[in-house]
Ligand binder design. Structure first.
Ligand code: NAI
Length: 342
């Protein structure tokens, strides 16, 4: 029997993970708390840990887990910016779910764009109040507009396909271009030419605050920015300044750089609120969702299937295709030879 300590549990996780783990000799202990240096001890006695995007997997957590005999962390997400891989290397193997539904995330990004541009969020409230006035509801045609896609991996490419359906012009920036059908340009050119900029790249040390004061100053007036990737790709202060000055026309955000202690929780009773987030939420041309772009039945089922399969393969001593380490990130890993990162 493989025992898994499951952190940051939500009801929708349990539905799919219970269904999927039934088919394996596994027992999942669900904890509502996030994985942090304070809660890591709760995993003692387990064989593996299952964690999510806003869990903290730093050196302290890794050392605690390792000292308690844990050798495997199954991330139930694609992103991994919350992990100290060099602290884990040689101690704890880490696997992720590289793709579960690029459609879920891309469709959510498009949904936010349509909502914001055509003021659906305002119309919903207005008509409920029997207010049928159209003042302040003017949007723009997506047809013929230029969308700049930053990161053309699985999600960015689906996003591009959908934009093509709207008759938009597509330009893309990616340090590793992979789609011959796309026109690749520099990031500066994206800033200069795009009416809509959508972020689909991972967060790394190098691209933190990719969208900063300098980048925004190069953008077209009234540009629309969509971020379904990671919050810290955008400097929130620069974003707020850009929105206040009108340089940025609209911002659709599924992620926020300080979301860690907020998103996925009901914070409605808290009065001491994050001031930048409160400022963004007060703006009529901003919509924020709480890191929910992935949240479809199809994605949740795939996440549970692949996560449980990763755990099973690790404990069966099988090749672990979805394992990731800091050497993988530099293409220096021996995984192909050994089946595991170390
Ligand atoms: P992917 O790994 O398939 O593609 C990422 C692409 O970004 C690659 O083509 C890569 O070359 C490119 N890239 C790397 N550094 C870059 C940079 N500095 N500038 C531009 N491009 C760069 O990843 P996928 O599946 O498309 O996911 C993209 C991101 O979406 C993830 O890293 C994650 O942060 C975010 N995500 C958000 C979710 C949500 O619920 N909001 C759910 C899943 C992923």
């Amino acid at each position: 029997m493989i025992n898994i300590a499951f952190f940051d549990t939500k009801p929708y996780d349990k539905i799919w993970f219970d269904k999927c783990s039934e088919k394996h000799d596994m027992k999942i202990k669900y904890y509502e708390s996030k994985l942090t240096p304070d809660t890591a001890v709760m995993a003692k006695g387990s064989d593996a840990v299952c964690a999510f995007v806003n869990d903290t997997i730093d050196k302290e957590v890794i050392d605690t887990l390792y000292n308690d005999g844990i050798r495997f962390i199954a991330m139930r997400c694609a992103g991994y910016n919350n992990i100290d891989f060099s602290a884990a290397y040689g101690k704890i193997h880490i696997a992720r779910v590289p793709a579960y539904s690029p459609y879920a995330v891309a469709e959510h990004g498009i949904g936010m764009l349509l909502c914001l541009n055509r003021k659906l969020h305002k119309a919903y409230i207005r008509t409920r109040d029997f207010n049928f006035s159209l003042s302040g509801m003017t949007g723009f045609d997506l047809y013929g507009k230029t969308v700049g896609i930053v990161g053309t991996g699985k999600i960015g490419r689906v996003f591009a396909d959908i934009c093509r359906g709207f008759g938009m012009k597509i330009i893309a920036y990616d340090p590793y271009p992979s789609d011959e059908s796309l026109e690749y340009v520099s990031f500066d050119e994206i800033c200069k030419r795009a009416d809509i900029i959508s972020l689909h790249c991972p967060l790394t040390k190098e691209n933190k605050h990719l969208i900063n004061e300098d980048a925004i100053s190069q953008m077209k007036d009234s540009v629309c920015i969509i971020n379904t990737s990671r919050g810290a790709l955008i400097d929130s202060d620069a974003l707020i300044d850009g929105l206040k000055s009108g340089k940025i026309g609209n911002a659709a955000l599924d992620v926020y750089e300080e979301e860690g202690d907020l998103f996925f929780e009901d914070m409605s009773a808290v009065t001491d609120r994050d001031e930048k987030l409160a400022m963004l939420l007060s703006m009529p041309n901003v919509i924020i969702t709480s890191h929910q772009a992935f949240l479809t039945n199809e994605a949740l089922e795939n996440i549970a299937d692949v996560t449980i399969e990763n755990v099973q393969r690790f404990f069966d001593g099988k090749e672990l295709e979805n394992e990731i380490c800091y050497k993988c990130l530099k293409n220096e890993c021996d995984k192909k030879k050994n089946g595991k990162c170390f």
